[in-house]
Design a protein around this ligand. Structure first.
Ligand code: NAP
Ligand code: ZN
Length: 335
């Protein structure tokens, strides 16, 4: 079938109609796309920030749609099912990582933007094991960011194995951060959100966190050794040492985003009178995705989103690029 997508031909270019041929393999499903977000990561792919973008690029790695056709080997999904697709589209299912249930580390994996086309399209064909059935409770533009942002922060948080009532911090209240606040709050922790945007204070409070203005670092010393856990969603440079200092002796710092420049740390902060841990998290496994979607549906976790139509895609990309969109932008396909 000829798939109508919207492709970007060169670094920083505009999205324009782009067609490619794609049939449905034995284990694959073809999905009619209803919603696709434009995330910070998409804009970073468009400008080739990480140097691995393949053009033409069809961005969009948070996708919701309905199954239209299934391959002969697909039993878990049928035509008409509501599904979500994230960043990863394929894995080998035979390597050590895949066998251990960590398909997100598979060296044969295919991810949108680097190896395959994304959701800024009328349809997408993916391995059915990366199309996740959504509960009717998640049939909304507000659920779309769960598919990558939600998965990433949920998995990073769960790996910390936090005891109940932990004191936790979220750095940055954007697409990933606002979902991290909600997951941590609904898990029963005391949440502080460090944001440089005073205008987000009310929203942050509504999501279940106390607001701390991160642009006046002086106040951080008052929080010395207070935190059990901090998750950073910042893709800009920040004072990592200042945040390590406010972790308790066995506190954990999870990184899910990074500035393009190298970030320095005083390594002694990891051990001096302490035993602190820094770890990273890359998206999540299929098992994490199923757990996260279930948790979100049960606890009514929804992203704050601005919704625009597919016909406004280039305007939408620009709004995300310039920071005009404060949280997350989702495009609705009206075709
Ligand atoms: N690890 C993974 O697997 C994974 C998965 C998905 C995405 N990511 C990465 O995560 C990063 C964040 O994505 P996102 O969608 O959450 O981006 P986003 O919506 O732009 O959020 C980032 C937040 O950082 C803060 N920020 C931005 N500029 C700042 C500045 N100059 N000074 C201080 N704070 C600033 C802002 O929060 P405040 O306004 O609240 O300060 C902003 O909302 C991206 O780089 C993306 O590629 C990683
Ligand atoms: Zn594998």
């Amino acid at each position: 079938m000829k798939i109508k997508a919207y492709g970007i031909k060169e670094e920083g270019g505009k999205a324009e109609p782009f067609y490619y041929e794609r049939s449905v393999g034995e284990n694959e499903v073809r999905i009619k796309i209803l919603y696709c977000s434009i995330a910070r990561g998409d804009v970073q792919f468009i400008s080739n920030d990480w140097g691995d973008t393949k053009y033409p690029l069809v961005p969009g790695h948070e996708i919701v749609g309905t199954v239209e056709e299934t391959g002969s080997g697909v039993t878990a999904l049928k035509a008409g099912d509501l599904v979500g697709v994230g960043y990863q589209q394929e894995a080998c299912f035979a390597c050590e990582c895949c066998k251990a249930g960590n398909e997100q580390f598979c060296t044969q994996q295919k991810v949108i933007g680097v190896h395959c086309y994304g959701g800024l399209a009328e349809h997408i064909v993916v391995d059915n094991r990366f199309a996740f059935k959504l509960s009717p409770a998640l049939h909304s533009a507000k659920s779309v960011p769960l598919l990558s942002s939600g998965l990433t922060v949920y998995t990073g948080i769960v790996k910390a194995q936090l005891p109940a009532n932990s004191v936790v911090g979220v750095l940055g209240a954007g697409g990933l951060g606002q979902l991290a606040i909600q997951f941590l709050h609904k898990m029963g922790h005391k949440v502080y959100a460090f944001s440089h945007s005073l205008e987000k204070k009310e929203m942050i409070n509504q999501l279940g966190a106390e607001f701390i203005l991160s642009s006046s670092p002086g106040n951080l010393s008052e929080l010395d050794k207070k935190f059990d856990f901090i998750i950073s969603t910042l893709n800009v440079e920040y004072d990592l040492d200042a945040f390590l200092k406010i972790l308790k002796p066995q506190g954990k710092f999870c990184v899910v985003a990074s500035p393009l420049k190298k970030q320095s740390i005083s390594i002694g902060l990891l051990y001096d009178y302490a035993q602190r841990t820094i770890y990273g998290n890359y998206v999540g496994s299929r098992k994490d995705m199923v757990e996260m979607l279930d948790f979100a549906a049960r606890h009514n976790i929804e992203s704050m989103v601005d919704v625009m139509s597919f016909s406004e895609m280039n305007e939408a990309i620009e709004k995300v690029r310039t920071g005009e969109v404060k949280i997350r932008l989702v495009l609705k396909n009206q075709e």
